[in-house]
Design a protein around this ligand. Structure first.
Ligand SMILES: Cc1ncc(COP(=O)(O)O)c(C=O)c1O
Ligand SMILES: N[C@@H](CCOP(=O)(O)O)C(=O)O
Length: 397
C-alpha cells in the first residue's frame, strides 16, 4: 500500500484505511497473479474475480452483486455500450464496493460501520450491514436525498443521522469520527478496500467486449472513476490486455471542482462550499478522492467534462425513450458527457465507448416526474378515438 499524498509505503494491511503517517489516501498496489486468465474463472459477479481482489476474507458478505448487463445502444450509436449498474441488489454500483468493504470489516472483527451519503452509499451500506448482522450508522445531508434512496435506508433499518448542509459536511464528520474513534469501520470510498470491489466493473467490461476506447463515468466523491481505471491497469499488469481506455469523468455544472480544475489547467480541485445540481448523487463540492480521480484521468489520457442540469435531464429522457434504459440523473450525466465528447471530438462515433450508468431511475422518482409526457384524464368511451387519431397522425394519413 502506498500513500498518494506523502508516499509512505507499507505491507498490505486490511486495517489500513488512511495513511498512518499523514492521514492521506492509500492506494492498494496489487501484484496480479501471472497466470490470471478469464477462461479459468467460475461463478458470476464481483467474487468471480477474487484472485484479482487484494486482501484476505474469512467471511464474504454478498447479495450477488455485479454481473450487470452491458447493453449495446440501438438508437443512439451502435458503438456505445451502457454498463447498467442500476440492476445491482440495492440499485447502484455501490454494492460492488460494499460487498468487499463489509467482508473486510467482518473479517477483521468490526461490529459497527458508518458512512456519509447522498443516498446510494447509505442504501448499500445499510443492506450489507444487515446481511452481515452488524450495526450501521448513516449520515445524510438533511432534505437533499432522493426519496427512493431515503426509503431504502429506512427499510434496511439503519440509524439515520441528518446534518444541516451539504454532503461534504456529512463526509467531514465521518472522516473525523474515523480518525478519532478507530473502532467504527468507515464504508465511504476513502476506504481503499471498497474500491477493490468497484474495479470489477473494468473486468466485466473487458471480459464481455474487450478493452473499449473510452469509458465515461459520472464523478461525485471521485472514487469510482479511479477504481475502474485501476481495474483496467491491473489487467495490463496481469498480461491479459495491452491498453487502457481513456477515462472521461463528467461532473454537473454546479458541482464540478475537478472538471473545472482540468478546464483551468489547475493541479488541484476548485472546491465549492455550496454544490448544486438536480443530480443529487453527485452534488459534492469537496470530493475526497480528487487525487485518485485526477491520476486516473491524466494517466489514461482522458479528460473531465462539465454538463448542465438541462443536459442531464435530456440525457435521462434519451436513455429511457431511445434505449429503454432507466437511469437516475447522476448516471445520465454519462450520456450528457458522451454527447459533449462527440461534439468536441474527444471521442469519435466509430470508437467503442462504454457509459457507466451508475444507479437506477427508481432511486429518484421526482426526477422522472420532471419529464414531460401526454397524460389524459379520459372518459373510457373516448379512448378508441384518441388512439386512432394518434396512430393516423403518426402514419401521416
Ligand atoms: C448514482 C451515482 N452516480 C455517480 C456517483 C459518483 O461516484 P463517485 O463518488 O465514485 O465519483 C455516485 C456517488 O457518488 C452515485 O450515487
Ligand atoms: N454518491 C455517493 C456519495 C458518497 O460517495 P462514496 O463513494 O464516498 O461513498 C453516495 O451515494 O452517497
Amino acid at each position: 500500500m502506498k500513500c498518494l499524498e506523502c508516499g509512505y509505503e507499507k505491507e498490505i494491511d486490511q486495517n489500513a484505511i488512511l495513511c498512518p503517517k499523514c492521514g492521506g489516501l492509500m492506494e492498494i498496489l496489487v501484484e496480479p497473479p501471472k497466470d490470471f486468465s478469464f477462461d479459468s474463472l467460475k461463478g458470476r459477479g464481483v467474487w468471480r474475480y477474487q484472485r484479482m481482489i487484494a486482501g484476505e476474507y474469512k467471511k464474504i458478505v454478498s447479495i450477488n452483486e455485479g454481473g450487470t448487463p452491458l447493453i449495446r445502444s440501438c438508437n443512439i450509436n451502435k458503438n456505445m455500450y451502457m454498463k447498467y449498474e442500476g440492476v445491482n441488489p440495492t440499485g447502484s454500483f455501490k454494492d460492488r464496493g460494499m460487498t468487499v468493504a463489509v467482508s473486510s470489516a467482518v473479517s477483521n472483527n468490526y461490529k459497527t460501520v458508518i458512512a456519509a451519503s447522498t443516498g446510494n452509499t447509505a442504501a448499500a451500506a445499510a443492506a450489507y450491514a444487515s446481511r452481515a448482522g452488524i450495526k450501521s450508522f448513516i449520515v445524510l445531508p438533511k432534505g437533499k436525498v432522493a426519496l427512493g434512496k431515503l426509503a431504502q435506508s429506512i427499510l434496511y433499518g439503519t440509524t439515520i443521522m441528518e446534518v444541516e448542509g451539504s454532503f461534504d459536511v456529512a463526509m467531514g464528520a465521518v472522516m473525523k469520527l474515523y480518525k478519532d474513534l478507530k473502532v467504527v469501520y468507515p464504508l465511504n470510498s476513502f476506504n481503499p478496500w471498497r474500491l477493490e470491489g468497484q474495479k470489477t466493473i473494468a473486468f466485466e467490461i473487458t471480459e464481455e467486449i474487450g478493452v473499449p476506447d473510452a469509458v465515461i463515468v459520472p464523478v461525485g466523491n471521485a472514487g469510482n472513476i479511479y477504481a475502474i481505471w485501476k481495474g483496467f491497469t491491473e489487467l495490463v499488469k496481469a498480461g491479459v490486455t495491452e491498453k487502457i481506455p481513456r477515462m472521461i469523468g463528467v461532473q454537473a455544472e454546479g458541482a464540478s471542482p475537478i472538471a473545472k480544475a482540468f478546464i483551468e489547467g489547475s493541479q488541484s480541485p476548485l472546491f465549492t462550499d455550496n454544490p448544486e445540481t438536480v443530480a443529487t448523487a453527485i452534488r459534492i463540492g469537496k470530493p475526497v478522492n480528487w487525487r485518485k480521480a485526477m491520476k486516473a484521468v491524466r494517466e489514461s489520457r482522458g479528460t473531465m467534462l462539465v454538463v448542465s442540469d438541462n443536459e442531464i435531464l435530456k440525457a435521462q429522457r434519451d436513455l429511457a425513450r431511445k434505449e429503454g434504459v432507466g437511469a437516475e440523473p447522476a448516471s445520465s450525466a454519462s450520456l450528457a458527457g458522451y454527447y459533449k465528447a462527440l461534439d468536441r471530438k474527444i471521442v469519435y462515433p466509430d470508437e467503442k465507448v462504454v457509459l457507466i450508468l451508475t444507479g437506477h431511475s427508481l432511486k429518484d422518482p421526482e426526477s422522472m416526474g420532471k419529464a414531460e409526457t401526454k397524460r389524459i384524464l379520459i372518459n373510457p368511451s373516448f379512448i378508441e378515438k384518441i388512439i386512432l387519431e394518434e396512430v393516423n397522425e403518426n402514419d401521416g394519413s
